[in-house]
Design a protein around this ligand. Structure first.
Ligand SMILES: [Zn+2]
Length: 157
């Protein structure tokens, strides 16, 4: 740390204190040359959460992108936009609680599917059909049949 008074770079820490629920450290310092005292604040750098895609590329996770994907599934469904936005917020929270640095795109898909299922089954089927490329119409019918026989969510993909 460079002394604000004499620009000397050698100092000693007199006191360290954690503030704001542990995310900031406040340090009282004293310059070893001129004895000037000053305070520094260290902040933990927010770590971006990365999504690992099937092609091996990584990109930052954003709620905006998530919302765009979900919105498409809910097109023309009788669900208010505010609910869809809340849903995206909930999904983001679930993801950030469970994953710190990296999440696979298939895990994003699974968590999103489960959340959508609780709100609207048509949107769920739409999202599932985009997320999972079905090999045949039979496969899709199978998914619909499975869905009709279920009351509670169970992962099927
Ligand atoms: Zn100094």
């Amino acid at each position: 740390m460079q002394c604000p008074s004499c620009q000397h770079t050698d100092d000693k820490v007199l006191e360290s204190r954690t503030i704001q629920t542990g995310s900031i450290i406040r340090r009282r310092r004293e310059c070893n040359q001129c004895s000037f005292r000053y305070t520094t604040y260290e902040k933990i750098e927010a770590q971006p959460l990365l999504v690992l895609k099937k092609n091996g590329k990584k990109q930052p996770f954003t709620k905006e992108k998530l919302l765009i994907g979900i919105q498409r599934a809910f097109e023309k469904r009788p669900i208010p936009f505010s609910d869809i936005k809340d849903l995206a917020g909930q999904i983001e929270e679930t993801i950030r609680q469970q994953f710190n640095f990296e999440i696979s795109s298939s895990d994003v898909g699974k968590i999103t599917l489960e959340a959508i299922f609780k709100i609207d089954q048509v949107a769920y089927l739409r999202f599932a059909s985009v997320y999972q490329t079905f090999d045949s119409i039979e496969e899709f019918k199978h998914l619909v049949n499975q869905l009709q026989n279920r009351e509670i969510y169970q992962p099927i993909l």
